[in-house]
Design a protein around this ligand. Structure first.
Ligand code: ASP
Length: 589
């Protein structure tokens, strides 16, 4: 903390600011009792405020009454204390504490609030059950680790604002009560009392508003925006999350990429988070999927996928032959020399199946003629075995994992296996961070379940190619930023012409009537002169968690939802009164 407090009846300095320079002076501090130790006669209190900890000492001879009061102090009591800063005896100096050379000999003490015994010891911190910590978040937030995480989050946001403000961006707020904004998730709905039977939707992102701001001539916009998506909670996903939302007019992909490299470059540098200096490498979607199986590759380790379609083109093994005949692929990874038991292999098969694969082929490369020990070895010819081995650079003892299916499923299954092996065998070089852009995404993908085309990013993304051909071949002017295998940002150049937007809606099965009903306000705005524009959204929670090396974004959100999606602190979501429902024109089923 840089500025001292304004002296008042509670304090005139921060605990953490008291150093030997202040020895001999009088001062007053306030805060929470961190720890109390009685040492024959003397009582020591570690007093904590946001700035740090200072040791208070109570002498029975010099201040008997105050000493008496100090006896009753318990952890987390709130006090104000005044006294004289004195140097500690050399043997009592604590080199681990900023204030470790001094202590405050107290001659005045006032207890401002008693604390009951906390439901968990604050020092145990991360080891304590998360739900208990979330239920008592005000206690949890007192832990120095949590205070540092909140300060880190604040600094990251402040840096983002500073760089963007320096580049003439305007911070603009957009509505939270709005209409559905399609980002591919379920909406949170808010019933409207003023129009019973109608609902607002909480925004999945400010997407359309930021486009309207560009059409509105604001040129450069940003916002730390709250987004709401009704999805299952995971370590890196919450029902509500924050993003740095950005939009610019008269720009192309390189402008957005350069801007974000400037913003994130400064954020990373200031926080001592080591990534390569920008410009960051760009990888096409096609390359990411063929080498790593997914569009957010963790490139800190190998185990890359190889395509086996060519070497197995004439195989008679049904599983492979059928996949290839059906337009699918056969791909594999060489997991290296791994000595895995049958139960481990079953576990890997289970992972592949959780990601949609029908099964997993595993094989250990044998010494003789480099054959295989594998349940399917007998179905492949010696030439095929040799060809697969060579394609996977396999040597004796290597474990090969192969999946045959349609291309997306194979990618997802093998990429999940790759990550599992990376973790299990400690292959990920955690001493470094890899950041890269993924570009040249497809614009549309075929949703086999719904039997229709869907937008890969969102329906407002500008296609890079003419829309007259096969939608599967059309590329999107979209880009994602990937850090250590996690997507930390994504955006696109937008459609700024009404005819193109209408065409895309049509392709996505959103007919003119529906388009008008849902997005009429956008189509209308596009009628009156929209500039070419584009932008991006950066996942703030994930960025802060990555810098802090935290697995869960919940650690960097002051009041997160629990893994269940509920809030253990407030008890939300909670039932409401029948009267409230009536007022909203709702009835419980
Ligand atoms: N609205 C997008 C999202 O939230 C980001 C963007 O296209 O700018 O993912």
């Amino acid at each position: 903390m840089k500025h001292g407090p304004r002296p008042n009846g509670y304090r005139d300095t921060w605990c953490g600011h008291l150093t030997s320079e202040r020895a001999g002076t009088s001062t007053r501090v306030a805060g929470w009792v961190h720890r109390r130790r009685d040492h024959g006669g003397l009582i020591f209190i570690d007093l904590r405020d946001r700035s740090g900890i200072v040791q208070l000492v109570f002498h029975p001879e010099t201040a008997p009454q105050v000493h008496q009061k100090a006896h009753a102090l318990r952890a987390e009591d709130v006090i104000t204390a005044a006294g004289t800063v004195s140097r500690r005896e050399p043997e009592n100096v604590n080199p681990n504490l900023a204030t470790g050379e001094i202590e405050l000999a107290v001659n005045e003490l006032e207890v401002l609030a008693d604390a009951d015994t906390p439901p968990f010891p604050l020092e145990e911190g991360d080891a304590v059950d998360e739900n208990l910590r979330l239920r008592h978040r005000s206690l949890d937030l007192r832990r120095p680790e949590m205070q540092e995480l909140m300060a880190l989050r604040h600094r990251v946001v402040a840096t983002m604002r500073e760089v963007l403000n320096g580049r003439d961006f305007l911070e603009v707020e957009t509505p939270e009560l709005t209409r559905s904004t399609p980002e591919g998730a379920r909406d949170y709905l808010v019933p409207a009392r003023i129009q019973p039977g109608s609902f607002y939707a909480l925004p999945q992102s400010p997407q359309l508003f930021k486009q309207l701001l560009m059409i509105g001539g604001l040129e450069r916009y940003y916002q730390i925006a709250r987004c709401f998506r009704d999805e299952d909670t995971r370590a890196d996903r919450q029902p509500e999350f924050s993003q740095l939302d950005v939009e610019m007019a008269f720009i192309d992909e390189d402008d957005v990429i350069e801007l974000i490299e400037a913003v994130m470059g400064v954020v990373f540098e200031r926080e001592g988070f080591e990534v390569a200096p920008p410009p960051w490498p760009r990888m096409t979607f096609a390359e990411a999927v063929s080498r790593y199986g997914i569009d957010r590759p963790d490139t800190r380790f190998g185990l890359e996928l190889r395509d086996l379609g060519e070497v197995l083109a004439r195989t008679e093994f049904k599983v492979f032959a059928n996949a290839l005949a059906g337009g699918g692929v056969v791909r594999g990874i060489n997991a290296g020399p791994r000595d895995l038991a049958r139960s481990d292999l079953d576990g890997l098969t289970e992972i592949a199946m959780q990601h949609g694969a029908k099964g997993l082929v595993w094989a250990f490369v044998e010494p003789e003629a480099r054959g295989w020990r594998s349940p399917i070895a007998k179905f492949l010819t010696a030439e095929e075995l040799a060809a697969v081995n060579s394609r996977l650079d396999a040597s004796e003892g290597d474990l090969l994992l192969i999946v045959a299916d349609e291309v997306t499923t194979v990618g997802q299954a093998l990429s999940a296996l790759r990550m599992e092996l990376g973790r299990r065998f400690d292959l990920i070089d955690r001493s470094r961070h890899d950041i890269l852009w993924v570009v040249d995404f497809p614009a549309f993908f075929w949703d086999a379940e719904e039997q229709r085309w869907d937008a890969a990013h969102h329906p407002f993304t500008a296609p890079a190619d003419e829309l007259s051909g096969d939608p599967a071949e059309v590329k999107a002017r979209a880009y994602d930023l990937v850090l250590d295998g996690s997507e930390i940002g994504g955006g696109s150049i937008r459609i700024h012409r009404r005819d193109v937007q209408e065409h895309v809606f049509e392709l996505l099965g959103i007919g003119p009537e529906k388009a008008n009903e849902r997005f009429g306000f956008l189509l209308d705005a596009l009628r009156y002169g929209a500039p070419p524009h584009g932008g991006i959204a950066m996942g703030l929670d994930r960025i802060v968690a990555a810098i802090a090396a935290r697995e869960s974004i919940r650690d960097v959100i002051a009041f997160p939802k629990a893994a269940s999606g509920a809030d253990p602190l407030t008890g939300a979501p909670a039932p409401v009164d029948a009267a409230q429902l009536r007022e909203l024109g709702l009835r419980q089923l």
